[in-house]
Ligand binder design. Structure first.
Ligand SMILES: [Zn+2]
Length: 287
């Protein structure tokens, strides 16, 4: 039976302690993943190395798989100075990720900004290669560059684009944000077959190990307009898609063992519900 890890994007709702106490808190809720939010960081880590190391120890103790979301202000396909600044932001995230043992640093790759999609992709690839070279130099090659599928149609980050970048840049791999895919494609991902088609695409290019053992996902219900993403919604707000049950059914059918980060406004509270849905659909034989 496929096993999924679940956890929140950021501090759990109702949690007021120090960041390194989060793994124990999540463990108490039955969760086993946590995405640290470095989303407003500039070019320096905004966590002390000692605190990050303590977070790492606690994550290991409480079996929490740690990931990091890097700055929202990254744009690797923008103006030269913007790309330079974005590279520095990513370096800061990667450095702190290595301190805390985060296995992947997730980010939105860029914006088209009036360029053709092809030109934006090429610019982004060049910048990613600079980062990958730097990672090699700094011995950070154990961390993945997580290219997230993005929710706005003005953003670089369709499933095909993140796949193309993933095969041409070392350490890069897709992060499938199901809500973003749904929003940027204006309501795709309705049926199980739509999800299985995405998984098939990933498997064809990256192989079965990536899909079955190493997939990192984001989930939320989402509201969209004609330019894509508008607002995230909770699991119970069923008038907004995509439907988690359908996604879980598809992942279970294909045998995916994913890490699923909950990005609804209710974070860990919805992550607990998602875990329970997964277990019910999977036949309750999970530990
Ligand atoms: Zn994101």
């Amino acid at each position: 039976m496929p096993i999924a890890r679940f956890g929140p994007a950021g501090k759990p709702i109702g949690f007021n302690g120090d960041i390194d106490e989060i793994p124990r808190y999540l463990y108490g809720e039955g969760l086993d993943a946590f995405e640290y939010q470095a989303v407003r960081w500039g070019s320096r880590p905004q966590i002390a190395m000692s605190k990050a190391k303590s977070l790492k120890e606690e994550s290991e103790k409480y079996n929490t798989k740690l990931s990091m979301h890097a700055s929202y202000f990254i744009n690797l396909s923008g103006r030269e100075d913007v790309v330079k600044d974005s590279i520095e932001r990513l370096k800061a995230a990667l450095t702190a990720a290595s301190w805390m043992g985060a296995y992947i640093v997730v980010f939105h790759p860029g914006y088209y900004g009036g360029r053709s999609h092809r030109d934006a992709l090429d610019l982004c690839r060049q910048a990613l290669k600079i980062i990958a070279d730097w990672m090699e130099m700094e011995n950070l090659s154990g961390i993945y560059l997580g290219l997230e599928t993005t929710g706005k149609r003005s953003q670089l980050g369709s499933i095909d684009e993140v796949l193309e970048l993933s095969i041409s840049v070392p350490y890069a791999r897709p992060v499938v944000d199901w809500a973003h895919l749904y929003a940027r494609e204006l309501g795709s991902i309705k049926d199980k077959d739509d999800i299985i088609a995405v998984l098939g695409k990933l498997e064809k290019v990256l192989g079965s190990d990536y899909v079955k053992k190493e997939m990192h996902c984001h989930y939320s219900r989402i509201e969209y307009g004609k330019s894509g993403e508008r607002e995230h919604h909770n699991l119970d707000e069923k008038s907004y898609g995509p439907d988690f049950d359908t996604i879980a059914e598809a992942l279970l059918e294909i045998g995916v063992n994913p890490t699923i980060i909950c990005e609804t406004p209710l974070l860990d509270i919805d992550a607990v519900k998602m875990k329970s849905i997964w277990r019910n659909l999977g036949g309750e034989t999970l530990v």
